[in-house]
Design a protein around this ligand. Structure first.
Ligand code: MF3
Ligand code: CO
Ligand code: CO
Length: 249
């Protein structure tokens, strides 16, 4: 069952989502050559403490031990903060969610460190554009996989591939709710979208093949072929006036 959220609930989700994105924007200037990923985690924790009533969404989720997921280069999602040092030309995906007054917000961005090649720049711009193409379809009367189709078309036109083993999702009083929202699919299929539905839309895009595997730590997913991967995510509500990005500061 897909839950319809009231205006009041959506306002709480907006607060959670905006705060999550504010932290990602705050971290941007620290994502530089020489910083350890655990230092980004510490900066996040400190900033979060200053935010009233706001808890990290991932820490403790199925035992995940950190606030942030930091996935570098060929890592797709669920990279863990640690002693790894960020280098010039890395691409760093940071995924962060918060819980505010019982409601979740979920966001992700991929930052480039220093200079990157034209093709890597294209990976980042296409992944972010595919997110916005998907968001445009998140409107009343459309079907769920219209979002999926739009993301996939944008990515594949550019010659990249969407990850299939991880998906977007409904979000609300839990971080992951029904329905699953794949980044591939057939137009005109899936549930009909109604005002009050809220989704985390999150294309994960590989430069090479779509296949991924999970590393020995049991969490971190990386591309099988070692190609680079990017990830952008917004929490989006369906409203009478079209899609509304709740994670827009
Ligand atoms: N933020 C991820 C998502 O976008 C989920 C992370 S769960 C964690 O759905 F436990 F790994 F943190
Ligand atoms: Co996320
Ligand atoms: Co998510």
């Amino acid at each position: 069952m897909v839950i319809i959220r009231s205006k009041k609930e959506i306002e709480k989700m907006r607060i959670a989502s905006v705060r999550a994105m504010e932290i990602l924007l705050y971290l941007k200037s620290f994502v530089r050559e020489g910083i350890k990923t655990i230092e980004l985690e510490m900066l996040c924790e400190k900033k979060l403490k200053a935010m009233h009533n706001t808890e990290p969404a991932f820490k403790g989720y199925y035992g995940y031990p950190y606030c942030l997921c930091i996935s570098i280069n060929d890592e797709v999602v669920h990279g863990m903060p640690g002693e790894r040092v960020i280098k010039e030309s890395d691409i760093v995906s940071i995924d962060f969610g918060t819980l505010y007054d019982g409601y979740y917000g979920d966001t992700a961005v991929t930052y480039a460190v220093g200079t990157i090649s034209k093709s890597v720049e294209k990976l980042l711009t296409v992944t972010e554009s595919s997110l916005f193409q998907g968001i445009e379809e998140a409107k009343e009367g459309n079907r769920l996989h219209d979002i999926s189709y739009a993301v996939q078309a944008c990515v594949e036109e550019a010659g990249f591939s969407v990850v299939r083993d991880f998906v977007g999702h409904g979000i609300g009083r839990r971080l992951h709710e029904e329905p699953q929202l794949p980044n591939y699919g057939e137009k005109g299929t899936g549930i009909r979208l109604k005002p009050g539905m809220v989704f985390a839309i999150e294309p994960m895009v590989n430069m090479g093949g779509s296949e991924v595997f999970v590393r020995e730590n049991g969490w971190t997913a990386a591309t099988k072929d070692g190609s680079l991967s990017a990830h952008f995510e917004h929490t989006v509500a369906i409203t009478e006036n079209g899609p509304e990005i709740l994670s827009k500061p």
